[in-house]
Design a protein around this ligand. Structure first.
Ligand code: OAA
Ligand code: MG
Length: 215
């Protein structure tokens, strides 16, 4: 059976702008959940912030991916759960070309990619488990679009904020992302004075608070 739910509301442009120039790992200093672990980008440096459009497919059948890619809007990020089969690729040159043509910001797959060089030629950023010549097929078995999915151990709902850079991918509820960019910026800016101090012999352990645990 195929489920095709409505496309989610697009995240606010202000969230995109605020998160565009801060690091995902700065959030990793503050939060322990909602990160897609074990995924790597097809290129670095990489940076994108967008609206999650989710797809769940069974191991072999990427029919729902092809249906979903056609539906992508500017700024969307395709998020694909392959039901645990991370070795097959549902995402190659033609799928990336279509996503790029629709204006999508990127893709995050709990599976592999193929046509690697082609994805690079389109300059389309994709996080995945790696590369594979073994692909999915258009089998018409089943699949679901815009349902909750699991990717890299994180639960993702359609409409979540996808916040990605060279360190990896985080997923956020839009309400949790409001004002987050400013908090991350503040934390990153605090490292400026620390660097100046370290240059003249200052201590990272004093800056971080580790020094108080020195025996
Ligand atoms: O069609 C697929 O599922 C994967 C692929 O090779 C492409 O996107 O070009
Ligand atoms: Mg291909």
């Amino acid at each position: 059976m195929f489920v095709v739910n409505d496309m989610p509301d697009r995240i606010d442009d202000r969230i995109v702008a605020e998160l565009q120039d801060v690091c995902v790992s700065t959030l990793g200093h503050m939060r322990d959940h909602g990160f897609a672990l074990g995924l790597v980008p097809n290129k670095r440096p990489v940076k994108f912030v967008g609206t999650a459009v989710t797809v769940r497919i069974p191991h072999l059948d990427s029919t729902a991916v092809h249906l979903a890619v056609d539906m992508l809007r500017p700024g969307d990020v395709l998020v694909v759960d392959q039901s645990g089969d991370v070795q097959r690729s549902c995402f190659g040159g033609l799928v990336s070309f279509t996503a790029k043509s629709r204006g999508a910001a990127g893709a995050v797959l709990d599976g592999s990619i193929n046509d690697y060089d082609e994805t690079l030629a389109y300059d389309f950023p994709v996080f995945s488990r790696g590369f594979s010549p073994l692909t999915t097929r258009i089998g018409g078995l089943e699949g679901a679009i815009n349902v909750p999915v699991t990717v890299g151990g994180a639960t993702v709902h359609p409409g979540d904020v996808v916040f990605a850079d060279s360190d990896g991918v985080a997923f956020l509820k839009p309400a949790d992302a409001v004002g987050l960019g400013a908090r991350l910026r503040e934390k990153e800016d605090a490292e400026g004075p620390a660097r100046e101090s370290i240059t003249v012999g200052g201590s990272i352990a004093e800056f971080s608070g580790a020094a108080k645990y020195r025996p």
